[in-house]
Design a protein around this ligand. Structure first.
Ligand code: NAP
Length: 288
């Protein structure tokens, strides 16, 4: 059974000038889900800064975003693990656009490994990028967000709400991200600042899914709405959470996943993949 209504274009749902005069600061905006959110918001008037490590790729993405949307985009190369580089990206954004209204903390890394095969260094790298990188982004942008009474959006995940094998590093990091969002929502709410989380389900065509989805992954057996997500599904949810219609929504975790969170899903055969990792090696692309 399949139920696949078309995903509406954001302009069929949201006003064309919804974000006119507003500025977005987006880590991870060079590619994937965060690129799609940035593009969608730019179509509704936002000016954007995208942050990532690959300076050349970042400039190319900024150029593409400007061409596709007619709005302005600044490429600000920075590693989210480097507070000074993020501070400079904020200064460059303020120099070019004069304000920051919206921040997306989306930069992240992932790979598959069970705890028994995960080095301390690999675990720490993911914590450093996903969790510490989010903290650094909050710290660097908070003065500007207080000034604009702006809003944070964290691109987290849902896998840490259950014990997802092979994902200890990301689960620990994303649980921390959800917690940071809740704390800043409470600490900064009285100043008019909001903070929310989107937990995407598996999104088709992303590097993350290309790397992580086992061969033969059948969305219709694991996702109640029977299909993989699209970047546009996440972008439409982000549009709402940044819009004035969400002005009394803060501190929430918003799964956008076709209902997958409520399934007892397991990406690799259980418990075979844990008892005998070698036997599932052929099913995943990265090395165990
Ligand atoms: N794809 C999915 O199905 C899925 C599901 C659940 C959650 N998510 C979450 O959604 C977000 C986007 O995922 P995606 O699959 O679209 O990923 P993606 O295309 O690989 O994007 C990740 C981005 O993060 C940037 N990045 C990585 N490390 C960085 C660092 N140290 N400093 C600055 N930027 C860094 C990368 O740019 P550079 O390489 O240029 O640094 C890249 O643009 C992530 O937070 C991910 O955990 C994705």
């Amino acid at each position: 059974m399949s139920h696949r209504p078309a995903i509406p274009d954001s302009t069929q749902v949201f006003k064309a000038d919804l974000f006119a005069g507003k500025v977005l600061f987006c880590t991870g905006g060079r590619s994937g889900i965060c690129y799609k959110i940035t593009e969608t918001m730019m179509r509704h008037g936002v000016k954007a800064t995208i942050i990532g490590r690959d300076a050349k790729g970042l400039s190319e993405s900024a150029e593409q975003l400007e061409k596709a949307t007619g709005s302005q985009c600044l490429a600000a190369p920075a590693d989210v693990r480097d507070p000074a580089a993020l501070k400079k990206a904020v200064e460059d954004t303020l120099a070019k656009f004069g304000r920051i209204d919206f921040v997306i903390c989306g930069a992240a890394g992932n790979f598959l490994a069970p705890i028994s095969g995960l080095s301390e260094r690999a675990f720490k790298t993911v914590i450093d990028i996903d969790l510490l990188g989010t903290y650094n982004t909050l710290k660097a942008t908070l003065p500007a967000i207080r000034e604009s009474k702006g809003s944070y959006l964290h691109i987290s995940a849902n896998l840490h709400t259950r014990g997802t094998p092979y994902q200890a590093h990301v689960s620990a990091a994303k649980a921390g991200v959800d917690a940071l969002s809740a704390v800043i929502a409470v600490e900064e709410g009285p100043r008019g600042v909001r903070s929310n989380v989107i937990g995407p389900g598996p999104i088709a065509g992303t590097v993350g899914m290309d790397k992580l989805a086992p061969k033969g992954f059948k969305p219709e057996t694991q996702i109640p709405l029977t299909r993989m997500g699209d970047g546009a599904d996440i972008a439409n949810a982000a549009m709402f959470l940044f819009s004035p219609s969400a002005s009394w929504i803060t501190g929430t975790v918003f799964p956008v996943d076709g209902g997958e969170l409520h399934m007892r899903s397991m990406v690799l055969p259980y418990p075979q993949s844990l008892i005998d990792p070698e036997s599932v090696k052929h099913m995943i692309k990265p090395k165990l």
